[in-house]
Write a protein that binds this ligand. Structure first.
Ligand SMILES: *Cc1c(COP(=O)(O)O)cnc(C)c1O
Length: 222
């Protein structure tokens, strides 16, 4: 199946309130151009250098999302144009994004990455760390970032009950934060969860942003 067919198939599978981030990492600009031609405008990348060179060579109405682990020393390269940073996993990184955003004269939307999987290799705040940070109020001093929601990755497993329960925990943390700390701020509204193998479960559990790569573009050659 072609990129175009895969994309149209997934678009039909996703309800209108859920946005599709087409994860184009490790795929060439031509693959993005194919998806762009059938109307896809939101793309996700996980390497700074790759994102910058694609940004330079592709149409400027693309909304670029950074979905991978971001090193503080590389924030400055993407700060001028990135639309959403999905995986902010420390206050230190948030502070760095704030600084770079200020220099670039903009406010950058960010999601806090929450560790919900049982593998310990994955980055992110624990639910308690996240509650601690948000309840401290310190996030409000970072005037050039806007925390628009949470992101998480479920355990890589065929046990769908486990995946569902991890997504449910993330949604429940999201609800708690929204109710206690973001109440009147409508912008706290995004829940980035779901990839090729688990996006249907994620949508059932309240995802607003699914990050789908291989189902659209095929396998990646690392
Ligand atoms: C690569 C990646 C994806 C896409 O994964 P697929 O299984 O190819 O859909 C989603 N989210 C993150 C954070 C990724 O790094």
């Amino acid at each position: 199946m072609s990129v175009k067919e895969n994309l149209l198939h997934i678009q039909q599978d996703i309800p209108a309130h859920v946005r599709l981030v087409a994860v184009s990492k490790f795929h060439p600009a031509e693959a993005i151009t194919e998806a762009y031609a059938v109307g896809q405008r939101v793309f996700g990348e996980s390497k700074v250098q790759e994102l910058c060179s694609k940004y330079d060579s592709l149409p400027k109405d693309i909304e670029w999302h950074f979905i991978g682990h971001l090193q503080t020393n590389k924030v400055k390269y993407i700060a001028p144009f990135v639309s959403l940073i999905h995986a902010v996993d420390s206050e230190r990184l948030l502070a760095e994004i704030n600084k770079a955003a200020q220099k670039a004269n903009r406010t950058i939307p960010c999601l806090l990455q929450i560790h919900i999987a049982s593998e310990d290799s994955k980055f992110g705040f624990s639910a308690d760390e996240c509650l601690g940070f948000i309840s401290s109020g310190r996030w409000q001093t970072y005037s050039h970032v806007q925390i628009t929601g949470l992101m998480g990755m479920a355990t890589y497993t065929s046990n769908t009950d486990k995946i569902r329960s991890e997504f449910r925990q993330l949604k429940s943390l999201f609800n708690e934060l929204k109710m206690k700390y973001f109440g009147e701020n409508d912008y706290f509204c995004e829940l980035s969860m779901g990839m090729s193998d688990d996006y249907r479960i994620a949508i059932e559990e309240g995802s607003t942003l699914v990050r789908i790569g291989s189902t659209i573009f095929g396998n990646r050659n690392y």
